[in-house]
Design a binder for this molecule. Structure first.
Ligand code: ADP
Ligand code: MG
Length: 421
């Protein structure tokens, strides 16, 4: 059967058990199957993986998936293996494999069994791997978390920089699919340029999260008491409290515990066993609250997180959006409460002091947006969506009244000084 005759709904059901595509998935998949360069921008949880997994399963050859996180790659490979009779349908190629395992992976690829090959970008710098991949049929190349290529993104990874060059070496005409949840113009431009696909067909889903309520409160010395009150008003519900420093995480977790709240700390300074334990406690609802640094959250998919509190304001709107985005994944209530003091912005500025000038300038520009967001008296949702290049109308848009500035407008005199850029 030729690719053109394939019924995508049948394939979707067969491999993934879903009856319907989500959002733009079907359009994206048709485009990828057709062999076009493609750029997919969807918020976290939007269903980006399927946009390359399904085409990979359908098309001839092996699709290479570049992804930055080994743990996430393993999850995906296990999931794909679960839907096929053959274990070799998906493989990971990384530095943790021994010689025999690498040999098996390459055999499966050469025999046409492997439809998805997950690689970390640094594995692609290995000459022997590149040589091998040049010699087999590659259906397309998917670059997941593509914002890692941009210094304007919230998670820049130098290993991503070289990808274009490496892809070219593997094959001149391999279609490229870039995927990200970062929607700023700057990052998008960077991605297209760095991957060398200026004419990629672009699919961008809305970043509106209508069920999230956004609120910013001024940060005073009573912030801890305020947080305790908020958490107690939401007793029994799951929530995350983000702090900037490990020390603050420890302190605040203790303060909450002393006040009878089930809370645990989470940060990269804790040993691996404790981190796993605290994360599991959160998932199993043995604790209500995780007090954490930004080390907590990536890849954690708890659908019923009911609030995300920022004890300290994040360093960019993207970070804020990603972190608050962990609330209300199930579509239910999600209260996003951030505490803001200009003093904290100065603190963040100071952290950047030793860094290269270019990096400092980027960091500064990102922080200015955070200041504008925190101090604005227009709709927070409108601000965020504007930042991501979307025009939002609070009268007609979903969730239009779901922020503090819309519900409780500030006096007119203050408000007229605020202009969204
Ligand atoms: P992203 O990478 O955009 O953050 P994922 O690919 O991890 O999102 O998908 C998020 C969730 O949505 C997963 O649990 C996935 O199984 C689910 N999902 C994806 N596509 C569909 C679909 N068509 N129908 C139902 N659920 C879907
Ligand atoms: Mg993803």
């Amino acid at each position: 059967m030729s690719v053109a005759q394939i019924d995508l709904h049948v394939e979707l059901k067969k491999y993934f058990g879903f009856s319907e595509f989500k959002g733009l998935q079907e359009d994206v998949i048709k485009n990828v199957v057709a062999g076009n360069n493609t750029f997919v921008i969807m918020p976290t949880g939007g269903g980006k993986s399927l946009c390359y997994q399904l085409p990979a399963l359908i098309k001839e050859g092996t699709a290479i998936v570049v992804s930055p996180l080994i743990a996430l790659m393993k999850n995906q490979v296990d999931a794909i293996r679960g839907v096929s009779e053959n274990d070799g349908v998906a493989h990971v190629l990384n530095s943790s494999l021994n010689k025999t395992e690498v040999k098996r992976v390459k055999e499966d690829i050469r025999n046409g069994i492997t439809k998805l090959l997950y690689v970390a970008p640094e594995s692609l710098t290995k000459e022997e791997h590149v040589e091998f991949l040049r010699s087999v049929t590659i259906s397309f190349m998917a670059v997941d978390e593509a914002h890692c290529i941009s210094e304007w993104g919230h998670d820049f990874r130098p290993e991503y920089r070289n990808l274009r060059h490496i892809i070219k070496r593997i094959g001149d005409n391999i279609p490229i699919v870039g995927l990200t949840a970062t929607a700023t113009e700057k990052v998008q431009e960077d991605i297209l340029k760095s991957l060398g696909i200026p004419n990629a067909v672009k699919f961008k889903a809305s970043f509106n999260r209508p069920n999230l309520y956004y609120e910013v409160r001024p940060k005073t010395k009573n912030v801890d008491a305020d947080i305790i009150r908020f958490v107690k008003q939401n007793e029994g519900k799951s929530g995350i409290v983000y702090c900037l420093s490990r020390k603050r995480v420890e302190e605040l977790a203790q303060v909450l515990q002393v006040n009878g709240i089930k809370a645990v700390p989470y940060h990269a300074g804790l040993d691996a066993k404790t981190r796993v334990k605290h994360q599991d406690m959160f998932l199993m609802e043995d604790t209500d609250v995780v007090v954490a640094t930004i080390a907590f959250g990536m890849g954690i998919d708890k659908p019923d997180v009911r609030f995300v509190i920022h004890h300290d304001i994040p360093k960019s709107i993207e970070s804020y959006y990603q972190e608050t985005g962990r609330a209300g994944r199930d579509g239910g209530e999600g209260h996003c409460l951030a505490y803001y003091a200009y003093k904290d912005i100065e603190k963040l500025e100071k952290f950047m002091a030793g860094k290269p000038v270019a990096e400092q300038e980027i960091g500064h520009a990102l922080l200015q947006e955070v200041v504008a967001f925190s101090e604005t008296s227009v709709s927070r949702r409108k601000f965020i969506l504007h930042y991501f290049g979307e025009e939002f109308d609070n009268e007609t848009g979903e969730g239009g009244d779901m922020d503090d500035n819309v519900r409780f407008p500030k006096p007119q005199k203050e408000a007229k000084d605020d202009v969204i850029k």
